[in-house]
Write a protein that binds this ligand. Sequence first.
Ligand SMILES: [Zn+2]
Ligand SMILES: [Zn+2]
Length: 300
Amino acid sequence: MLPFESIQEAESALGRGLSTAETLWFNYSARKSDYFLYCHNILFLFLIFSVVPLYYIALELFFRNSVSPYKIQPKVRLSLSECFNCYKSVMRSFILIVGPLQLVSYPSVQMIGIRFGLPLPSVWEIAAQLTVYFIVEDYLNYWIHRFLHCKWGYENIHKVHHEYTAPIGFAAPYAHWAEILILGIPSFLGPAMVPGHIITFWMWIGLRQIEAIETHSGYDLPWTPTKYIPFYGGSDYHDYHHYVGGLSQSNFASVFTYCDYIYGTDKGYRYQKKLLQQLQEGLKSNGDLNGVPSENHKAD
Ligand SMILES: [Zn+2]
Ligand SMILES: [Zn+2]
């Protein structure tokens, strides 16, 4: 809730006129409690989990021939009812774990100093903070994910997420309840280190989930804008981790590739890529590329 009765009062407190975005924010948030604004996260997550994976389902349903060359594991196709079952499981976790966690975590948001008022952050401030959040989350998530691949962690917690050896968008948040809770820590650490505005926080939670859905989509689409982000892993990178499964000691990072490179846990992936490249070059020199998808890591 903003401590101003009117836009004029806000402008005199700031010593300048409000920007268009700030006027919109004033009109929307002035009479809403900070807790209510924070709980918008629940609605955003519900919409993202429900709507974004539909993009990949729609591509498969209506543009199958066009997107087939970009399917990472072309021999594995889930039926619509299997996709819907995955969505139902995710929604169950959402209602029982993610939603309640959002409801009770408001004091921690207050404690770290997320702000709800005016002025709004600049585009540069938002971009810089989101970059920090992604880097911090990626690093901590890497080590937690490695721990979850030890025998105990995998058998008791992480194998649920690996039930999908050829993941789909809906399977991005599909995990044991303990994993959902544990992986909330790296998501929260960036905002705790560099607290920003609630709008930045909303964007962070939303973008991280959209990124996770994309990396689990099962498609390595050439027009994906994330391909232009330096050191970005993407769907092909994480799909390999699911393809290898519980034995995987490769591609632990959630967003970028540098952790796996530095700590030497991308060797299996790079070896497979190299083999495929050699196979394709060999076939090309024989004038026959039939049946070998150029970008797919599973050519068998
Ligand atoms: Zn894993
Ligand atoms: Zn995964």
